[in-house]
Design a protein around this ligand. Structure first.
Ligand SMILES: [Zn+2]
Ligand SMILES: [Zn+2]
Length: 496
């Protein structure tokens, strides 16, 4: 036990306890499922050691940096604690394998054990039952779980104060503070036996298995992320990814009751946008080309296929609906003064010098989808046409569009646009088959419907008496284009 002499030495300078055994540990403090940083915190408190001393000890003799444990260090530490506890080492699958990083519909999600178990935010999630036995299960750090697998009790949150704790020391130090507050009697041995059910190994097993096949399941079900057409404004991306994880990625039945509730999600559907129509250009599209595609394509559809393209029809009938609602309106309505973002209502005494709320919606959707209708004289107009031209150029580069007037030079466009009488003109037309157009139509349908839904939700709330405080309406859906096996799919996740 040479290594431990060093610890005795470290401690003896401080405490003058040279003759006594200084290395304390009790077997009931060890649990194979404990968060490793929590084990270290218990070790430090039990031995009245500063974390620098704990680190010095583990670092010098076991080459373990306790502040930032990698996978093998997690394993080694748990192994050491099992020896200290005179217990068999239970190989924990959660730390022996790693599922790698996931990309859930464009949202990166780190699933590595050593990253997840590290204390990264200002909170520690814990089980109110486990903590009574001085335990912090490592699965409490998996945020798609809502409750403790051992007690079926909802995890609670400890918020810590980081003002005086250095970043790298937080994982251990915050756990020390957490124990001090929640277990004021620690390390007094517990007289009362707490409820420690043991029949949950199957659930843990299922969690291990699922957790580590996640990457594979994710690749199979969600495929490769190509582009996010619409992002959700009302939910934290990470939380959104957890919803998808639980709902879409083959969660074992046994785990279902322990995961976060996903009823906030109204729907998850995926639209197959090409069966054999071969959008090979999608593969090489840049971010900007994806951004340009709906804008340029929809302007073409407005001019040439208004009748066939149902998304154009949806937009136009929504505009009619808005105009009609306005005509029939008797109660107050709102105006936005766009320069200073002030909202005034029709029943206020002042002049309404802003843009009417219904017109705002029409202009907003027009700008996104129907460039030819964009006729109001605003400073954005020139900028819009310039952008539109650049978008066309981008798509021409991808060969998915063919230029209409290839001889227009940059200079000519500038002079053309500097006169306000400019009429919308096409720069490029699609280089697709009619089958591909139909596929793109269905994609645009999904997108347009989502924008209209956002607009309706926003407008409804205002009509119910809420004062508007933002514009445009917040996005309530995530729409992501994925390549799943050999198919392109548009995933649509909508929250209420
Ligand atoms: Zn518990
Ligand atoms: Zn903290």
């Amino acid at each position: 036990m040479d290594n431990f002499h060093r610890l005795i030495e470290i401690n003896s300078h401080k405490e003058q306890q040279y003759k006594y055994q200084l290395f304390n540990w009790r077997s009931e403090l060890y649990d194979a499922n404990d968060n490793t940083y929590f084990l270290l915190a218990k070790f430090a408190l039990l031995n009245k050691l500063k974390i620098e001393q704990v680190n010095e000890f583990f670092n010098q003799y076991f080459s373990i940096d306790i502040f930032n444990l990698n996978l093998s260090e997690h394993r080694s530490l748990k192994y050491l604690f099992s020896i200290f506890s005179n217990q068999a080492y239970i190989q924990n699958n959660l730390i022996t394998k790693s599922s790698g990083d996931l990309n859930i519909l464009g949202i990166p999600l780190i699933q590595d054990y050593y990253v997840n178990t590290r204390h990264q935010e200002k909170i520690i999630r814990y089980c109110p039952e486990c903590i009574k036995s001085y335990k912090l299960p490592e699965h409490a750090s998996l945020k798609y779980l809502d409750r403790c697998l051992f007690h079926n009790v909802k995890f609670e949150i400890f918020s810590c104060n980081h003002r005086v704790i250095r970043l790298k020391e937080r994982s251990v130090k915050c756990n020390i503070n957490f124990i001090r507050i929640f277990c004021p009697d620690f390390p007094t041995p517990q007289t009362k036996k707490h409820n420690v059910p043991s029949q949950f190994s199957t659930v843990l097993n299922d969690l291990d298995k699922w957790n580590f096949s996640l990457k594979e399941i994710c690749d199979k079900k969600l495929g490769k992320h190509l582009h996010t057409f619409k992002n959700m404004d009302c939910a934290i991306p990470e939380q959104c990814a957890h919803f998808v994880l639980v709902k879409e990625l083959s969660l074992p039945e046994s785990l279902r009751e322990f995961t976060i509730p996903t009823n906030a999600i109204r729907k998850i559907n995926s639209l197959s946008i090409s069966n054999n129509s071969g959008f090979s250009f999608f593969e090489n599209f840049t971010y900007f080309q994806f951004v340009a595609l709906p804008v340029v394509y929809s302007s073409f559809c407005y001019l040439h296929r208004k009748k066939e393209a149902s998304f154009i029809q949806s937009l136009l009938s929504f505009f009619d609906e808005l105009k009609l609602a306005l005509i029939n309106k008797t109660e107050k309505f709102w105006y936005l003064h766009e320069n200073d973002g002030i909202w005034t209502s029709s029943d206020s005494k002042g002049l309404y010098c802003g843009v009417l709320i219904h017109d705002l919606l029409i202009d907003w959707l027009t700008e996104l989808w129907l460039p030819p209708l964009y006729t109001s004289i605003r400073s954005r107009r020139l900028q819009y046409f310039n952008n539109f031209h650049l978008m066309n150029e981008d798509l021409v580069k991808s060969a998915s569009f063919i230029p209409v007037k290839s001889n227009i030079s940059e200079n000519k466009i500038d002079t053309l646009f500097s006169f306000n009488r400019v009429k919308f003109q096409e720069f490029a037309i699609p280089n697709f088959s009619s089958e591909q157009m139909l596929a793109l139509d269905s994609m645009c349908d999904e997108l347009v419907k989502s924008y209209i839904h956002d607009a309706r939700v926003w407008l409804n709330r205002i009509e119910c008496g809420e004062k508007p405080d933002h514009f445009p309406p917040r996005s309530r859906a995530l729409l992501s284009l994925q390549k799943v096996q050999n198919q392109y799919r548009l995933f649509n996740i909508q929250i209420d």
